[in-house]
Design a protein around this ligand. Structure first.
Ligand SMILES: O=P(O)(O)OC[C@H]1O[C@H](O[C@H]2O[C@H](CO)[C@@H](O)[C@H](O)[C@H]2O)[C@H](O)[C@@H](O)[C@@H]1O
Length: 255
């Protein structure tokens, strides 16, 4: 087992609380980052640990992801009953009565303009591609080997998105997303907290958008940054492959 001692101590305190909310990011956290976004899947050991947590009393599981809700369900195959936030918080499944995302006509027009503009930019650069999402779209440059060229394409996309009414951009890992519904993972975690009334919250994530999630954690909560980069999280692990140890430790402490 390779859990930093400070994280192990935090997990012991966390597990001793009554009801727990365990929130997980998907790409780069539960799943390794891969070039073909459709082939991302949970690291098998992470999937097994998540199944264990799902069987425990007073542990609520949730995914908080940038993926569209339907894609998240398909790729993450979460245990039944797992609460889901997709599209960085713009889409939610908190039970069968959760309303779907509905865009106003102006938002739908903005979404189409975002997608058309990103597709035009991608068409000029071999390897760039556009992911269509319910609240907007994302241009991916992971297939482009030249990192600086990829950054220039993302800069071009960012500048173009700034000219579209109602569009706001989010930076990610070799991706630029633009959406017409403003939301953050911090807001999603606060909504989950309000909906489930836990005694403490765990959140693990790897990306800049996950920092909004770490920012809403309190002293009783546990934040785990996966990988390198500045973070507000109190703890860090190296890679998705190390997450299973953390989740299994939590399951063992509660078991
Ligand atoms: O919040 P997450 O669950 O981490 O989702 C964030 C974005 O993840 C996906 O893109 C990232 O993962 C891809 C697959 O590993 C990778 O090819 C890409 O370079 C990464 O940026 C996803 O495609 C986006 O929709 C999510 O918003």
């Amino acid at each position: 087992m390779s859990i930093p001692e400070s994280l192990n101590e935090a997990l012991e305190k966390f597990a001793a609380r009554g009801k727990l909310l365990v929130c997980l990011d998907f790409d780069g956290c539960v799943a390794e980052l891969v070039a073909d976004a459709d082939s991302a899947r949970p690291v098998p050991e992470n999937a097994a640990a998540i199944e264990k947590l799902a069987e425990l009393d007073d542990v609520v599981l949730a995914y908080v992801s940038g993926r569209p809700l339907e894609t998240l369900r398909e790729l993450a195959t979460p245990p039944e009953g797992t609460l889901l936030f997709g599209s960085h918080g713009a889409e939610r499944w908190l039970g069968p009565d959760s309303p779907g995302l509905e865009l106003t006509p102006a938002q739908e027009a903005g979404r189409i303009e975002i997608l058309d503009t990103l597709e035009e930019i991608a068409a000029d650069h071999e390897g760039a591609w556009v992911e269509h999402k319910p609240a907007g779209g994302a241009i991916h440059v992971r297939h482009i080997e030249d990192i600086e060229l990829g950054e220039r394409i993302l800069d071009e996309a960012r500048a173009a998105m700034a000219t579209i009414d109602g569009a706001s951009s989010k930076d990610g890992k070799r991706i630029l997303e633009a959406v017409v519904v403003k939301s953050t993972k911090g807001e999603a975690i606060e909504e989950l907290r309000a909906a489930t009334s836990p005694d403490a919250v765990f959140f693990a994530g790897d990306d800049v958008t996950d920092e909004h999630g770490f920012a809403v954690l309190g002293p009783q909560d546990v934040g785990v940054k996966v990988g390198s980069g500045e973070t507000k999280a109190g703890h860090r692990i190296d890679a998705p492959a190390a997450l299973a140890d953390v989740l299994n430790r939590l399951a063992a402490l509660r078991g």
